[in-house]
Design a binder for this molecule. Structure first.
Ligand code: SAH
Length: 237
């Protein structure tokens, strides 16, 4: 199996780069990343790179997925909200580490493909909707954990802050432009919210409203910037 050796090499790289949580590493080992990538790019599935998935979007770099997941400090009682289902890869990793994942995506065509993948891999604890994730998912709130996989501008969306439970953690990339984005860890306390700046990243933007998606899409002709989701330098935790 060609992917096996590459997967082991990737996991060793993640460990060297500060991923020490063995549950996170084992989720990465168990979820086939190649199943979340369009055929053209499949031979790069275990490179530590973001790759195009269509609609100008990307599946995040494995190190960024691992780092954000580790910072969530998940356990099997947690109810988790993800904004930006994209390929579904991050949701699949989360599904192995928590009770239930709720994931929102604004591009319906991407969501349909992601849902098929969850079905094929029998990941039964993921619930999705097409919509604007900036508004959160009020019917399912509060959430123990929230992960946003697209970059917010100035601050975390108010609806998401409101939908965190006390003691909850949100991991969210923020920054006014791509050159100055950082992942933040926001913790909700009895008194308010604590912010901690973690690592530099480059994410696609968090956009309002549901996308209209009237044009057909082709990932081969896609103009996605494959540099997104790559930290400018390799960070340690
Ligand atoms: N977690 C994804 C990463 C996808 S890239 C993965 O593992 O593949 C970020 C995704 O966020 C894109 O698919 C984009 O369409 C989506 N997105 C951006 N703004 C959004 C919003 N307001 N609500 C829901 N999804 C959003």
């Amino acid at each position: 199996m060609i992917f096996m050796a590459r997967k082991i090499r990737l996991i060793m790289k993640l460990r060297k780069s500060g991923i020490t949580d063995t549950d996170v590493l084992s989720a990465i080992e168990r979820i086939p990343r190649e199943a979340f990538i369009p055929p053209t790019f499949q031979d790069q599935a275990y490179e530590d790179m973001a790759l195009p998935i269509g609609r100008g979007q990307t599946i995040s770099q494995p190190l960024v997925v691992a780092m954000m997941t580790q910072e969530l400090e998940l356990n099997d009682r947690h109810k988790v909200l993800e904004i930006g289902t994209g390929s579904g890869y991050q949701a699949a990793i989360l599904s192995k580490l928590c009770r239930r994942v709720y994931s929102i995506e604004r591009h319906r065509p991407l969501l349909e493909i992601a849902e098929q993948r969850f079905e094929e891999l029998r990941l039964r604890n993921i619930t999705t909707i097409a919509g604007d994730g900036m508004k959160g998912w009020i019917e399912q709130a509060p959430f123990d954990r929230i992960i946003v996989t697209a970059a917010a501008g100035g601050d975390a969306p108010t609806a998401l802050l409101d939908q965190m439970s006390v003691g909850g953690i949100m991991i969210i990339p923020m920054g006014r432009d791509k050159a100055s984005q950082f992942i933040y860890r926001v913790t909700r306390t009895e008194e308010g919210y604590d912010y901690e700046k973690l690592m530099p990243v480059r994410f696609v933007p968090l956009l309002p409203d549901i996308a209209r998606d009237t044009q057909p899409d082709s990932v081969v002709d896609d103009s996605a910037d494959t540099g997104v989701n790559m930290p400018p330098v390799h960070q340690t935790a």
